[in-house]
Design a protein around this ligand. Structure first.
Ligand code: KG4
Ligand code: ZN
Length: 341
């Protein structure tokens, strides 16, 4: 069964064809990053306009790269939440019109469920249950994937997401948007023990995350150094900061993984591309004797193949919607599908 996936939740317009939730037939991503870079972050209005301009051509390209037509497609899956509302609405309305005119089922997909499903594309043997560290630009969760469509959040961030924490610290250091990617590269050349940074705690919730204190610590460090006229080594600060964030994420993930019944580990979201995080998760997998799945680099960031993959499993569970489907800026990953519209 071939599912067409559509993704427009942030600054990537994407369409993809995936067979049986596991095999990518085509995956097209039109990135707007270059345009948003000059503003230091995503400008929602520009993102929506660019999605509107690109969505038809990107979808046609996905069909033609796969050598398929709409007649070969069994369902249209679309990201309906969470994300920039104007951006999501472009994809949702396009998918609605396409599904309605072609007489195909419309499958709403939660963006973070999609990120988790990128693992099904990279690791064809992976099946739930598994414990997943979901780290993106907007969210940081530890999720228990009980089945393909039943997801339970064990931990979340109380303030910034991990990607946001990377991007904000990078920005303070003068690294252009999206800073997380570049900070990771620069960190490879720095001394991670050069600067001491705090490991925040959320009282009463040992698994939850809080990144705002770490970000503030970097801002204070830069501010104090500037006041004293001292130079800061950007590579050393990048390396120290990356170490602090990654060890913090992995320590919490270890705590969650030690709970009885954990059989497999996984990671998902843009930040799962981080080099140190990938290395440390691999060490954790060896330490705990549990297999680890991380999507290949090309599937860590936003793409529509992951939406089509999760769409296959949502469809199988009967999770379809009609033309009344709406888009939502915020939505729980574990939400019951009967409460969609
Ligand atoms: O999942 P994603 O592509 O979009 C959202 O759903 O938010 O995640 C984007 C985030 C950005 O904050 C970006 O800086 C971060 O992922 N990111 C990284 C790396 N690659 C992407 N952060 C740290 N190290 C990386 N290598
Ligand atoms: Zn994403």
């Amino acid at each position: 069964m071939i599912v067409l996936g559509i993704e427009t939740s942030c600054d990537e317009t994407a369409a993809a064809l995936v067979e049986d939730g596991r095999r990518i037939l085509s995956s097209v991503v039109a990135s707007q990053i270059a345009e948003h870079k000059i503003y230091g972050g995503v400008v929602p209005e520009i993102a929506s306009r660019r999605h509107s301009e690109a969505i038809s051509a990107v979808t046609q390209e996905a069909l033609s790269q796969a050598g398929k037509t709409l007649e070969d497609v069994s369902a249209v899956a679309v990201t309906y939440a969470p994300g920039l509302i104007g951006a999501l609405l472009v994809g949702v309305n396009f998918a609605k019109a396409l599904a309605f005119s072609a007489g195909l089922p419309l499958v709403p997909v939660h963006h973070l469920r999609g990120h988790i499903a990128a693992n099904y594309l990279s690791n064809p043997q992976l099946e739930p249950p598994f414990l997943c560290l979901v780290v993106s630009g907007g969210h940081s969760h530890i999720v228990q994937a009980e089945t393909y469509t039943q997801l339970r959040v064990l931990a979340r961030t109380r303030d910034d997401a991990a990607g946001e924490a990377f991007d904000k610290a990078a920005r303070a250091m003068g690294i252009p948007y999206p800073g997380g990617v570049e900070l990771d590269k620069i960190a490879e050349t720095g001394d991670a023990s050069a600067y001491r940074l705090p490991r925040p705690k959320v009282t009463g919730s040992p698994l939850d995350f809080s990144f705002s204190g770490l970000k503030t610590a970097v801002l204070n460090l830069l501010h104090n150094a500037a006041q004293r006229g001292e130079a800061v080594s950007v590579p050393d600060l990048c390396a120290s900061y990356r170490k602090a964030v990654v060890e913090y994420l992995v320590d919490h993930f270890r705590l969650a993984a030690r709970q009885p019944g954990t059989k497999q580990l996984a990671a998902a979201g843009g930040v799962s591309a981080n080099r140190l995080l990938r290395r440390n998760l691999s060490s954790l997998s060896q330490e705990l004797g549990l297999p680890l799945s991380i999507p290949e680099l090309s599937l860590c960031g936003d793409n529509a193949a992951m939406i089509a993959a999760q769409g296959f499993y949502e469809l199988r569970a009967g999770h379809t919607a009609g033309t009344e489907l709406n888009a939502f800026a915020q939505r729980e990953i574990g939400l019951d599908y009967s409460k969609l519209t």
